[in-house]
Design a protein around this ligand. Sequence first.
Ligand code: 5GP
Ligand code: ZN
Length: 174
Amino acid sequence: MDAVSGRGRRVVWPGGGWVTWCGRVGVGELAAGCVVGCAVRGGAGRLRVSYTARVSTPDCLFCRIVAGEIPATVVRETATTLAFRDIDPKAPVHVLVIPKEHYADVATLGQGDPALAGEVLATAAAVAEDEGLLGDGFRLLFNTGAYGGQEVFHAHAHLLGGAPLGPMLARSVA
Ligand code: 5GP
Ligand code: ZN
């Protein structure tokens, strides 16, 4: 691929996600080395580049779903979010709602991009409506970290409903 150049332009990255660059760089060079938050790279005849990048993380299961590399039953998609059915549903309705951009968990998402966190909530609400959950109610939860039982480290909301779900925790931990 040809080198791209520009200043502060935001472009969609082919594998998902996006980069903002403020210098000049070969696309292959970005692809080879860029990770979230990487700082400066450069080469002969090239300006040094400061990334403010949120690039799709190749090892992340949900980034691969966003990129279309792993199939999923998508129920709603927006420019910034994706909602798809959980592969191992724990309730009659069990949909995962994620930001397309990679954030490891809801804490990182909420602090890093509160507007995007709000878009995840808006998508979850729209799916709840589509699935007929607004009348009887539903549960929306973000497992976070080890104590939260998180297994996939790309922020996701579990939208659960379609039957009474019982108490929030199986037993008291107090
Ligand atoms: P966590 O435990 O991280 O909060 O939730 C991860 C969820 O992802 C689990 O409910 C699990 O069933 C779901 N999951 C794991 N792998 C896949 C997959 O390949 N496709 C889909 N649709 N869901 C998955
Ligand atoms: Zn990811």
